[in-house]
Design a protein. Sequence first.
Length: 92
Amino acid sequence: MEKAPFVIAFFFIVVGIPVILGVGGEMFKRWLKHKEKMAEVLTAQTAERAAQYAAHTERLEQRVRVLERIVTDKGLDLSDQIERLRDERPIN
């Protein structure tokens, strides 16, 4: 009966630890793959938002250029220019 603890310890060392490490390693690989996919999705969303912000900024810059031109041009009828801008494009 004195050999029973030795056999159990030997079995745990030879079989148990490799099984636990194998399962743990697979779980870690899956977790790591999941994290990589999440990072890819976040990167794609960030790029899309950046493109939307850039387009919106460009539209605003165009509107400011038109307004600057209206204010600085002395010979133009201001109310006609404003009305044309309203008809051209709705404000975002």
